[in-house]
Design a protein around this ligand. Structure first.
Ligand SMILES: [Zn+2]
Length: 362
């Protein structure tokens, strides 16, 4: 059989053909985690993200946030035009706009996947450390909780005997965090970090409606931090977002990488920030399992005091919008290989228990 390929047709539809081929290639790669781990996450992505951070890191404000505002404006304008075309029954123009939106949507999808999204499909940190992550029992969870409580008590005393924690300057935290990564990279070379690009989120005043503490922008390589949270939460949030920057897309992976870095930081405040968050995950998981343990049996009163200050902050800003946004984020995570959606953050516990079993410490 002889195939007759019309050159004119190919030339006319070249962009669409290229888009379909790229999307097909991405779908194929998603089914091959080893390929992604070996050639994408630890090779191409590493260079690409470092270059992005080099381009945006020296600018004081978040370029990515400005980009998001412009995209939202464009999206709003397009919706307005679509509605206008519908009312005027101008279907030929309507078709033109829809085709254009489809093309832009495809390009953004390809850009997102090649620029970061494929990391959702890598083998990841458990593979790199040879951890055997298994479902864990409630007893194992309680052992972990008690180990974390001991670490929290010790670290809290090292920071200060005062009931109020110090508030390190944000800029110092931004500057020091790459050093912590590079300290951890002595043990785990894949954590090596270059070209800092960590910034305050321009959306901080509205963060309570979104429910996040930080986020990574895969189009600009920047890590944005919500800066009005209790300072205790910020060091670990920075380490979490930096883990995304170096290619750990899964939320549980970013949490675990943040932990690996915090324990090597030789900074009691940073480690305390990390253990506080991990303790919260254990506590939430015990609640999810309908196990209602004594709230914090071994926690020092100063630690309890710090926790209640953090809780008070979030209680005071409760609103009706944040849960809706969280539902949308849950859908996004589920569409990106995070089958437990918003509860993926808790999956760090499986990694921690496997780590504790392998290395005998936490
Ligand atoms: Zn994250």
């Amino acid at each position: 059989m002889k195939l007759h390929i019309n050159k004119f047709w190919i030339k006319k539809n070249f962009v669409w053909l290229l888009l379909v081929l790229l999307i097909g290639g991405i779908q194929w790669a998603c089914l091959h985690p080893f390929f992604i781990e070996k050639f994408y996450s630890t090779q191409f992505y590493g260079f690409y993200a470092k270059m992005l951070r080099g381009l945006t890191g020296w600018i004081k404000f978040s370029i990515g946030d400005v980009l998001y505002i412009l995209v939202a404006l464009y999206f709003g304008y397009s919706l307005y035009r679509l509605a206008k075309m519908l009312v005027q029954k101008n279907f030929s123009y309507l078709k033109k706009i829809l085709i254009r939106l489809l093309k832009i949507g495809s390009i953004v999808y390809i850009w997102f996947m090649l620029g970061w999204g494929l990391n959702y499909h890598r083998l990841g940190i458990a593979y790199q450390l040879g951890l055997n992550v298994q479902p864990y029992s409630t007893d194992e969870l309680c052992v972990l909780r008690d180990s974390l409580a001991l670490r929290l008590n010790t670290l809290r005393k090292q920071i200060t005997a005062d009931s109020i924690l110090p508030t390190p300057a944000l800029n110092d935290l931004y500057k020091e965090s790459p050093q912590y990564y590079n300290q951890a990279a002595i043990l785990h070379p894949f954590l090596f970090y270059q070209n800092r690009s960590i910034k305050a989120s321009l959306f901080t005043p509205y963060a309570k409606y979104f429910g996040w503490g930080g986020y990574y922008n895969p189009f600009t390589g920047e890590a944005q931090i919500r800066t009005d949270m209790p300072r205790l939460l910020i060091p670990y949030t920075i380490l979490h977002e930096m883990a995304h920057q170096i290619g750990y897309a899964g939320e549980e992976e970013a949490n675990f990488v943040g932990y690996l870095v915090a324990i090597e930081s030789r900074n009691a405040y940073v480690a305390y920030s990390c253990y506080s968050e991990l303790y919260k995950y254990v506590f939430n998981e015990l609640l999810l399992r309908n196990t209602f343990p004594d709230a914090s049996p071994a926690l020092d009163s100063l630690v309890k005091h710090d926790f209640s200050r953090v809780n008070k902050f979030f209680m005071e800003e409760q609103n009706d919008i944040a849960p809706q946004i969280m539902n949308l984020y849950d859908v996004y995570l589920k569409a990106n290989q995070q089958k437990n959606g918003i509860n993926s953050y808790n999956e760090v516990l499986g990694l921690l228990i496997a780590y504790q079993k392998k290395y005998g410490k936490i």
